[in-house]
Design a protein around this ligand. Structure first.
Ligand SMILES: [Ca+2]
Length: 333
């Protein structure tokens, strides 16, 4: 609501010429809405001097509380304005010679950050849908920027006992182990076509991976049902197809395809798109030995195909996993 008002306000006098001239090919169009007046000078939450217009706007996108900037090219003065000050009252809005104000929106995903020149993996603010608030996500900047929706590293965060609402809203630490949250995943994959990548660290020391096209999940009303397209490439096989058309289940919600068993609960498998129940559960109970066990039930499992890599007849429990998504170039040039 607030965001819509500010966008409307700024776009009413959008100056495309300046946008192209100043932003050039490095930044993404539609990110900056430039206006020739200045807002709320007295209430700037931060002021930088001697910066470029580009850096001024870029710095704003890194801060969740910054929704607009005032910029004066003469001395490179950059004022950050907080969303808390909007909608801007007419009395506070005035034309000031030499100043420009820009409403700034965050990138829609990690690839947009990569295209802005960011190369360091870490937590960044994105805003896939301009009508919804921006949020933080972990970006893996390898291979042009993947938006990470799940990460397991060492068992610090417990996944198997989390309930529906926790999987819905996300949990964990973005710089460590986490589940981004089904609402955010749904928001991310709804407006563009995404491919999905699974990175799996087997206890034999090898990383395996698998990429499928056309990944999306429906909304909560449809239990975040998963849609998975064709296998594109990878060393971990097409096991993700087991998730195709499956609804999400958790400890406290049984939406799987097995009428007799509550897969998430009985396998200590955590929230997942179970079939009947299948071998795949990347949110299962962590086993630091790297072994899938029955008593007690624990393990992070992908596919029976991966069993052959272990000795001693033991079944492997993955030691690290990462699930990430990126826009599919075929459909989004
Ligand atoms: Ca069931």
């Amino acid at each position: 609501m607030i965001k819509e008002l500010i966008i409307k306000m700024f776009t009413s006098v959008l100056m495309i010429g300046i946008l192209h001239q100043c932003i050039g090919h490095v930044y993404i169009q539609n990110t900056y809405h430039i206006n020739q007046y200045k807002v709320l000078r007295a209430q700037a939450i931060r002021t930088d001097i001697g910066v470029t217009r580009l850096d001024c706007a870029a710095e704003c996108t890194r801060d969740l509380t910054c929704w607009a900037v005032n910029y004066n090219p003469k001395d490179g003065v950059c004022e950050h304005v907080s969303y808390g000050e909007f909608p801007v009252p007419e009395s506070a809005k005035f034309v000031d010679a030499g100043w420009y104000s820009m409403a700034v929106t965050a990138p829609r995903d990690c690839e947009d950050w990569f295209n802005r020149g960011i190369r360091k993996s870490g937590s960044y603010v994105i805003q896939p849908n301009l009508n919804l608030p921006p949020f933080h996500i972990y970006c893996n900047m390898a291979d042009n920027g993947w938006s990470v929706i799940q990460r397991r590293i060492d068992g610090t965060v417990s996944f198997y006992d989390k309930i529906w609402d926790e999987y819905k809203n996300g949990f964990g630490d973005l710089n460590g182990e986490f589940w981004l949250g089904n609402e955010k995943i749904h928001e991310l994959v709804t407006l563009n076509d995404y491919k999905i990548r699974f990175d799996l660290h087997h206890p034999n020391g090898t990383w395996y991976y698998s990429i499928h096209e056309n990944f999306r999940i429906s909304n909560e009303t449809e239990n975040y049902k998963a849609y998975i397209g064709s296998f594109l490439e990878g060393t971990a096989g097409a096991q993700a197809l087991s998730m195709r058309n499956r609804e999400f289940s958790t400890n406290d919600r049984d939406n799987d395809s097995n009428g007799k068993v509550h897969c998430a609960q009985s396998l200590n498998g955590g929230g997942w798109w179970y079939s009947r129940c299948g071998a795949t559960r990347l949110n299962g109970k962590y086993n630091s030995e790297g072994v899938l066990t029955e008593q007690p039930r624990s393990g992070i499992s992908w596919s029976t195909d991966m069993d052959k890599f272990l000795n001693k007849g033991e079944k492997p429990s993955l030691l690290q996993t990462m699930i990430s998504i990126k826009r599919h170039k075929k459909n989004n040039s």
